[in-house]
Design a binder for this molecule. Sequence first.
Ligand code: PMP
Length: 461
Amino acid sequence: MNMITNHMSTAELQKLDAAHHMHPFTDANGLAAKGARIIKSAKGVYLTDSEGHKIIDGMAGLWCVNIGYGRPELGNVAKRQMDELCYYNTFFQTTHVPAIALAAELAKIAPAGMNHTFFAGSGSEANDTNIRLVRRYWQVKGMPEKRVIIARKNGYHGSTMGGGSLGGMSPIHAHGGKIDGIHHIDQPDWWSEGGDMTPEDFGLERARQLETAINEIGVDKVAAFIGEPIQGAGGVIVPPATYWPEIQRICDKYGILLIADEVITGFGRTGNMFGSTTFGIRPHIMTIAKGLSSGYQPIGGSIIHDEVFNVVAEGGELYHGYTYSGHPVAAAVALENLRIIQEEGIVEHVRDVAHPYLAEKWHALADHPMVGETKLVGLMGSIALTPNKATRAKFAAEAGTVGFKVRERCFANNVIMRHVGDRMIIAPPLVITPAEIDVLIERAKKSLDEAYKIVKDEGLF
Ligand code: PMP
């Protein structure tokens, strides 16, 4: 079977894909007409497609391949674990060594007091766990009315019904609705929504919406606040420096739980092991996935502070769990990934080598006529496309039109850079070297130049 598909031409594979494979976040008919790009193999920061193109991956897959592609150690560990114990569950008072070892390792690298992990198969599942955990916490404390979770518009927390409801993306809500008890406040996106305010004042204004919401809903009804330290899928929106300290102050003042969704920012992405450290956030729960295993196996989880764990534990059995919670192969692979991150100093590489090198080149893109704001924290960056930097204007076309054109040129130039509306975003593997950063920037710049010409020809600039 595998032999047959491996020998098929790109066109044959695309036809078969369109006939039988329904893709996530995809217009199925649009893709069927065009044909999906088929990735065959990958090594380091490069992907190879079925046409033999060597593509530099500026997105680490979906922000997850932190240690880069093709590390044989992870495959070796997976094989060993599959042979020894391919599966057993962690329900019914049983456990196994990989789950124990990974949970213990996470307690070691997490901020102080975060000593337990509840495992899930993905970030979405972990956020569903968090909804149940924070509501259960207040139930056990005798305040079952405290069940509203405050989140942000344009935040992303997954696409299960729970995760999609926590997220503030209206197109997702439009497809199937959202669960009750989730309230959204505005996002700290100064470039798009800051008007005449300074970034600092705007950061405070947006954070204080949390306080207003708590007072309007009633503190006796609010369970928690959830946010990504840096909004990822929303466009790599780096909040003004005033934002997180004010959010933290408000959570402390009202005694509501704080969930940091670290699915993207965890495991070195921001130049520290966790984004919470970078922004001085003191979370009760951190959502993790992606970089936990560098995407080599599907695994996520919630790292839980003692304050929450102890209360929930006092309440007796928690009616919650997944068949694959703490899956032994995924856990063993994640542990090996964490070993590599720590022993090879990958977080330090981001902080001391890759970030400073990329920052100089990334911020220089602001000289491009079509580029406004440039942001980069660790190895997570964005640029805002605009027809007028001074006024932060939007293009006279539907949002995302120009971003899509740049992305198409990136595609043609063998560089993966994503667009979110009219922002271009990157999050390369954390092991990227200065020489590879040169390739990434050269291709990104070429793509911007080509798109700029098209945009000008079409009268959009
Ligand atoms: N939270 C954040 C911040 C994410 O970026 C994502 C995925 N992009 C998720 C949750 C959902 O993770 P998954 O796709 O593994 O369910």
